[in-house]
Design a protein around this ligand. Sequence first.
Ligand code: ADP
Ligand code: MG
Length: 279
Amino acid sequence: MRPYISFKGVTKSFGAFKVLDDFDFEVRKGEKVALIGPSGSGKSTVLRILMTLEPFQEGQVTLDGVNYHLPDGAGRFRADERHLSEIRQYVGMVFQQFNLFPHMTVLRNIVHAPMAVLRMKRADAEDRARKLLAMVGLADREGHFPDQLSGGQKQRVAIARALAMRPRVLLFDEPTSALDPEMVNEVLNVIRSLADEHDLTMILVTHEMGFARDVADRVCFFDRGKIVEQGLPETVLYRPAHPRTKAFLSSLLHHSGSLPEPSPEPSPEPLRMPKVLSR
Ligand code: ADP
Ligand code: MG
């Protein structure tokens, strides 16, 4: 079966520095993949390329068979903005720093892109935004501004905002790294409930190894622009084969104790998932 997302021989450089060198990566439709690895190893760059935020120099990236760079016969060129913005409609991204619009209320943050890009009517966009806010447990916050919310609440708004575009692929770049520890779980629980959506393809960069083990179908360990080891979470996280993976995991354990035991019921009150993701 054709992979849903594919990187083939991708090279990405910043000046003389090669972040990705002949990089290959494939994701199946509906698969949940966790990317782990040291800072600077290229994890965010992979997500940013998929989100069309970064051009690359060589190789091929496709999403559902659609090529990011249209071939021009002789070689490749960066696709025009219209082509990229079409691709971008299928991809949602949640950033470490939330990236909410500070001058817009929670509700307006969520309806902005569906109205501007998908040309949804305001009433329909608001109706859907309210369902999404209820899903992330923030039904009573629609009139608030971002700076009136906690970090965990902001990140839940950011997740609702990404879902409002009905993405087929959802990317998370260290979604809990900027949060105070007591807010990490409320965000992880929302992401866990999304992971139960079979059709939604998810790629998560995270340092939360217990979370990666719970939600991911596959864990990929990055080192210096390559995936040096990948496989089932239990294998990569508990029985890593590559010395770099072992060193990385033991340095994490050194800081945070041991990998937590699998939690029997991660979300005490399971979130109700409305059928918001079907297109
Ligand atoms: P990770 O997410 O794994 O920490 P990144 O993909 O963010 O790694 O970055 C990989 C490398 O690329 C890092 O060494 C980083 O400094 C470099 N890099 C990322 N973005 C830029 C940029 N805009 N200009 C120059 N170097 C960059
Ligand atoms: Mg990063």
